[in-house]
Design a protein around this ligand. Structure first.
Ligand SMILES: *Cc1c(COP(=O)(O)O)cnc(C)c1O
Ligand code: SF4
Length: 448
């Protein structure tokens, strides 16, 4: 076992102490300070020492993954915050300006807040989301942060304390009641933040009661995490031993444990501690499934994706999803048009063995569901984009091909119009009926 270093986090208040940053121009540090007022920023010593290639900063993809960069804000927003900082404005004024800017960045995309909160006996269950029939998401309240923050993350509002957007739960009992009342649910997905930010003792207090509740419908426990990349020591050492024992208890209960691991770049799969962490997790019988969004400036290159999937399969992980980056936060910096995304996916997929082709995508987690771009075709003389639901708010929508008018610049479902002059996509009447029965649409996007 390697020696386990002490975890050290840096954020806006102490990033100037990062040794590797000292050699870089002051303008770069000022940009971090400006953009970091608006978007979340936290990085740890593993990312600094093992992932970032400091010779390539600021364009290094792993630097871009975790550090605020000037181009992540619109120039006018950047200038406004920079002006306040230069003028020595007080913290309240800066925060007010930052919050105003944040609200222009679509802080709650895809009806997260209004539409996916389940209820039990008429009471909303905070800290849970239930959108797709088989899977409930659970947000443990102590798991709502991460070892480091990804600059593209759609959960950014909760990390910057737009507090009305926070949702988290301490109540595993309510989750158990909900699972008992909803036998169609087979999977519970612990998510955050990163649930593995919690100590094993804490995490076990959420998972053990679920195993002991004797719920025949609960077949899978999933944990969404980036810890394999940002803090692989989480799986090693003493608390790592306890975590592996917890994973083994899930397996011993006859249930499958899936670690939904985020890797955005093949370099994240290189460090030795990451290999050790993956090997340990696999020894428990858990399966690591991998996912990432497609991100301009980080991984918008088919060769890179092919290499990433290859390395994952070499290490015994299963490639699962390629997502499109959501319509929120610094998305203008990161987004890739849908047509280009499909080309990258296809070119990467064509290069790899069938063992890597368990991956699905590119997929948008939009309001009606996860929509995959299947390709570009010509039908009856019209150039069209072929789409389908991988997951739908209504399961009946899944795997029905449908068509949008070709649009090379579209970056999200809401940019697309139906092909063949049709007024609406096939699911839209159904979706509106759902909204009428549930909560009123809180913002215009909700009808897309
Ligand atoms: C992606 C997602 C899931 C899980 O979907 P799978 O296709 O089963 O992995 C569940 N709930 C929500 C809200 C999701 O976005
Ligand atoms: S680790 Fe996951 S939840 Fe945390 S910032 Fe990155 S993408 Fe978001």
């Amino acid at each position: 076992m390697p020696e386990i270093p002490k975890y050290k986090a840096y954020s806006l208040s102490n990033f100037r102490d990062i040794p590797q940053l000292a050699a870089l121009p002051e303008s770069l540090r000022f940009d971090i300070e400006v953009v970091g007022q608006v978007l979340p920023f936290k990085v740890d010593n593993f990312v600094l020492d093992h992932l970032i290639d400091w010779r390539r900063v600021p364009d290094d993809p792993l630097f871009t993954l975790t550090f605020p960069r000037r181009a992540m804000l619109a120039p006018a927003h950047h200038d406004e915050i920079a002006g306040l900082l230069r003028a020595g404005a007080d913290a309240d004024r800066i925060r007010a300006a930052a919050n105003r800017i944040r609200l222009t960045l679509n802080p709650h995309p895809a009806g997260q807040i209004s539409h996916n909160i389940p209820t039990l006996e008429g009471e909303p269950l905070d800290g849970m989301q239930h959108k797709y029939r088989e899977t409930v998401l659970f947000f443990p309240s102590q798991g709502q942060t991460c070892h480091a923050y990804c600059s593209f993350c759609f959960r950014w509002p909760q990390f910057v304390g737009l507090s009305e957007l926070k949702f988290a739960s301490r109540e595993v009992d309510r989750l158990i009641d909900y699972l008992r009342a909803n036998p169609q649910v087979n999977d519970v997905l612990f998510t955050g933040g990163d649930p593995l930010i919690m100590s094993t003792r804490n995490l076990a207090q959420h998972i053990d009661p679920l195993l002991e509740a004797d719920l025949p419908n609960l077949r899978r426990v999933r944990i969404g995490t980036k810890a394999l990349s940002y803090w692989p020591y989480r799986f090693l050492g003493e608390d790592g031993d306890a975590l592996m024992a917890l994973f083994e208890r899930v397996a011993a209960s006859g249930r499958h444990l899936a670690l939904m691991a985020h890797f955005n770049h093949p370099r994240e799969l290189e460090p030795e501690p990451v290999h050790q962490a993956i090997a340990r997790v696999r020894q428990t019988g858990a399966v690591i499934r991998t996912q990432s969004p497609l991100l301009r400036h980080i991984n918008d290159d088919p060769a890179l994706w092919a290499e990433m999937w290859n390395r994952q399969v070499d290490l015994g992980c299963v490639p699962y999803y390629m997502f499109l980056t959501r319509d929120t936060g610094a998305r203008d910096f990161f987004s890739v048009p849908l047509v280009r995304a499909w080309e990258i996916f296809r070119q990467a997929y064509q290069r790899v063995s069938g063992l890597c082709r368990t991956v699905r995508g590119p997929s948008m987690s939009a309001n009606p569901g996860k929509v995959q771009i299947l390709g570009i075709s010509e039908v009856g003389g019209e150039k069209v984009m072929q789409l389908r639901f991988i997951q739908g708010r209504n399961p009946d929508w899944v795997h029905r091909p449908f068509f949008a008018a070709y649009d090379e610049n579209a970056t999200w479902l809401s940019d697309l119009r139906p092909a063949f002059g049709e007024p609406r996509f096939f699911y839209q009447d159904d979706l509106e009926a759902y909204y009428r029965e549930n909560l009123p649409a809180s913002h215009p996007d909700d009808y897309e």
